[in-house]
Write a protein that binds this ligand. Structure first.
Ligand code: 26W
Length: 799
């Protein structure tokens, strides 16, 4: 019996009407869809607050160890549906809303996505918070309350166009302002020695104001907090300037301050390297550490107990300044000896690496760091010297060639460092941190990523979820590895029918939505082949479209050869400054235009690029997918998490032995996975060949023909040379080995075609993917962090 069920709660309908009247100030006759959505949100929020208070009290009462997850990104998506599902109130809410004469799905779809992230790293953070609550682990997420999340993407003439995202232009029902939690954060200025102590006097300061969002776990048993910092000026208006009529100058302080939390940087690999980005990183990290120590002091006396009561996780290097900042707070402000401050900080901090791409590892110029954070630069040099002293002749410098290496700093200041898949963690030990691993062989551990089954199966795929619960009960939602019990039922032909029926119904829903939203008709009996993720050369969306061109040419050459109808669906944003990625988007749209208009081939092959890919679009696409494209160059995708969501929803994977694909294939069985391509070591070897691309093209006429078609302007007759930079790259450096993996990719795809032509076999393979993917729950991942890294335990009932 949950906390809520014990309470005589007002009927949902009454609660909605009460909020419409008294919170929104609208009567039912004049209420808009937006008003109803807000009223429903407030009605649901009321129920969460109870669990929230109870969890907060229980955590304080238990004096429990707390986990703090510091991340520049939280790719949350929508919250209303998720809250309803976790409170087990979705059916009740649907009934209440329909009783009020409204369309429940339309009400839910009025909510904008909270797109406070770029991709995998940000979404992982959101899944982790939900699992931390589901496991009743006392935890807080800390991040930035961007006024503008990830840009809105649209296409003009096949090109990506970016617009500012505006989620906060309307009231956000899921946050609570916390004016009492407001801290000054300094920048610049100078450092002086006074009575033997180093004193930093910042040159400027802004205020960090907290906005809290409750994160309710499965069945509403526990609710943690996501605290997002908004920046504002210490004194918002320069009255003198205003009185002189210099209105802009008068507002400048507020504008300047707010620019720190104005917008999310849309880069997900190459750091912008801008001063404002470093200000953002320090702003939220400093405010968070200030808040963490204030809470620690309110519960515990001796700061030396910090590592026993607090575990901090740095989500990549973006909050890496936490190391020097914590040393500054412990040494400069609290007077601990330097070495002790460093050891205490190191025992409290942990760091997760999410990428091996050299260009993604943050390095800040020493002069910029020294100007913006003079005391921290001094402490970084001292930490560097201290580490070198502890490892004479073997140390790895944090500061080198005039840059501060934030990866090395994070490693040196961490108790544990982890990779996000088994392969990635091994590669982290062998490449980017090989020297440091040799110095600290026990520091690197693996925690393979996971996804929350509530949002990514139970909520987004109610048809399949219902079938599973019908067969094995619903315990799987809170304990996903129970999915394995589903396998024993798969011999039942009726059940297989149901599973196939659910997938087809999901595909019909998607086809209807794509037709309504984008005017493209998709045949729900065709194979839905889906690649959705950020656009990047290492993710090889261009390999996928090359195969589409070769398939188109093959169908044209022999239309009657019994081709398996296929729809290739793409989704994904390119960082605005990433020209090559934007070209890939243009190519895919141009190819789609030609192929979809081809009367000979379009019955067998269509290509669609859905704009503005985000969390909500993923929730629409993944349940309707037959084939999941996970085709990155081996050794480049740290883990992937989309791959896990597809497998759970009964899509089969065509993929390389990269990231978590390796573990997915191990769990679902090699016979239920379409493998192709070189392994990570083979990739390194192949790169040794200077003309690897030319050799591959010479050896595969299909590949050659596909490249020629692009070069001759088959898809850009108005500008034949439009994609010569792409074909030039593929014929030349082709660093991500698109050409060398093409033939094997083609082979694998023809195997996919053959399997799809046997619906019984396909459905069985799909169902086995679902049944055997329970391990990829973020609950399992978080249990790993709690045991191996944080030393944290659940609190409350069932602890
Ligand atoms: C500073 C610019 C920047 C911003 C974000 C560089 C790098 C990032 C992220 C680390 C990129 C990212 O999202 N990495 C993805 O993290 C996922 C969660 O662990 C993995 O599943 C993906 O494989 C990895 O690409």
């Amino acid at each position: 019996m949950t906390y809520q069920e014990t309470q005589a709660r007002p009927e949902m309908q009454d609660a909605i009407l009460r909020h419409l009247t008294y919170t929104i100030g609208k009567d039912a006759d004049h209420a808009t869809l937006h008003d109803w959505r807000m009223a429903l949100s407030f009605a649901v929020r009321d129920r969460i607050v109870d669990s929230w208070f109870a969890s907060t009290r229980a955590a304080y009462g238990a004096g429990a160890k707390r986990v703090y997850y510091l991340s520049m990104e939280f790719l949350i998506g929508r919250l209303l549906g998720d809250a309803l599902v976790n409170l087990r109130a979705d059916a009740e809410a649907r009934a209440a809303v329909e009783a009020l004469g409204l369309d429940f799905d339309k009400v839910l779809h009025d909510e904008p996505d909270a797109a406070l992230g770029n991709g995998g790293l940000g979404r992982l953070a959101a899944c982790f918070l939900e699992s931390l609550s589901t496991l009743a682990c006392p935890a807080m997420g800390y991040g930035i309350r961007y006024e503008h999340g990830l840009f809105r993407q649209s296409f003009e003439g096949g090109r990506q166009v970016e617009e500012a995202e505006t989620w906060l232009q309307q009231r956000h029902p899921w946050e609570f302002e916390r004016p009492e939690a407001i801290y000054p954060v300094g920048f610049g200025g100078h450092v002086a020695e006074r009575e033997g102590k180093m004193v930093w006097t910042p040159g400027e300061a802004v205020l960090a104001e907290a906005h809290d969002t409750p994160v309710v776990g499965w069945e509403g048993r526990w609710t943690n907090t996501l605290r997002l910092w908004g920046a504002r000026a210490v004194d918002p208006l320069d009255l003198q300037r205003f009185n002189y009529g210099d209105y802009l100058g008068a507002a400048a302080p507020e504008m300047l301050a707010r620019s720190i939390s104005r917008v999310l940087y849309p880069d997900d690999t190459t750091p912008a390297g801008k001063e404002l980005r470093l200000k953002q990183e320090y702003f939220f990290t400093a405010a968070s550490l200030h808040d963490i120590l204030r809470r620690f002091d309110s519960e515990h006396g001796d700061i030396r107990a910090l590592p026993d009561k607090v575990a901090i996780q740095l989500n990549d290097t973006h909050p890496a300044i936490a190391g020097p900042e914590l040393v500054r707070l412990l040494h400069d402000e609290r007077g601990l000896p330097f070495d002790e401050a460093v050891d205490l900080a190191r025992a409290t901090l942990n760091y997760t690496n999410h990428t091996l791409l050299p260009e993604a590892l943050e390095k800040w110029p020493v002069d910029l760091m020294g100007r913006l954070l003079p005391r921290h630069m001094m402490l970084i040099e001292r930490i560097d010297a201290d580490h070198a002293a502890r490892h004479p002749g073997r140390s790895v410098p944090i500061v080198a060639e005039g840059e501060v290496n934030m990866g090395t700093l994070s490693f040196v200041m961490a108790n544990r460092v982890n990779g996000v898949s088994a392969l990635h963690t091994e590669l982290v030990k062998e490449t980017v941190f090989a020297d440091l691993h040799a110095l600290h062989p026990a520091r690197i551990v693996n925690q393979t990523n996971g996804v929350t089954p509530r949002r990514w199966l139970h909520a987004c795929n109610p048809r399949l979820s219902g079938i599973i619960t019908g067969a094995i009960g619903e315990a799987w939602v809170g304990d996903l590895e129970r999915l394995s019990e589903f396998e024993a039922h798969l011999g039942d032909a009726g059940l297989q029918e149901e599973i196939a029926g659910a997938k087809r119904a999901n595909k019909v829903d998607l086809s209807n939505w794509v037709a309504a939203a984008h005017g493209v008709s998709l045949d729900p009996d065709a194979m839905f082949d889906v690649q959705i993720k950020r656009i990047h050369e290492y993710k090889r969306q261009h390999l996928n479209i090359l195969e589409a061109i070769a398939l188109w040419q093959a169908i044209r050459a022999n239309p009657g050869a019994g081709w398996t109808p296929r729809v290739k669906i793409f989704g994904g944003k390119a960082a605005p400054g990433y020209v090559f990625a934007k070209k890939i988007i243009h190519l895919i749209n141009d190819v789609a235009r030609v192929l979809n208009a081809d009367p000979v081939t379009s019955p067998y092959l269509k290509v669609v690029f859905l704009p503005n890919y985000n969390v909500t679009l993923a929730e629409r696409l993944i349940p309707a997918a037959d084939l999941s494209e996970q085709i990155s160059t081996a050794g480049k995708e740290a883990s992937g998490t989309g791959n896990m969501k597809f497998a759970l929803n009964g899509a089969l994977t065509v993929g390389t032995l990269d990231g978590a694909n390796v573990e997915i294939r191990d769990h679902v069985g090699a016979e239920n996975f379409f493998l192709f391509g070189m392994t990570a070591p083979e990739v390194v070897a192949r790169r040794g060949l200077h003309d690897h691309a030319a050799q591959a093209i010479a050896a595969d006429p299909r590949l050659a023909a596909a490249l020629e078609a692009i070069e001759q302007g088959a898809f850009s007759s108005d500008d034949p040379g439009r994609f010569h930079d792409i074909t030039g790259n593929l014929r030349g450096p082709d660093y991500f080995l698109v050409c060398s993996d093409f033939s094997d990719y083609w082979r694998a795809q023809r195997g996919v075609d053959a399997a799809y032509r046997d619906p019984g076999r396909w459905t069985r393979m799909a169902a086995l993917n679902t049944a055997r993917s329970g391990w990829f729950s973020s609950d399992r991942t978080i249990r790993g962090y709690m045991a191996d890294i944080w030393g944290a335990a659940p609190v409350g009932p069932g602890a």
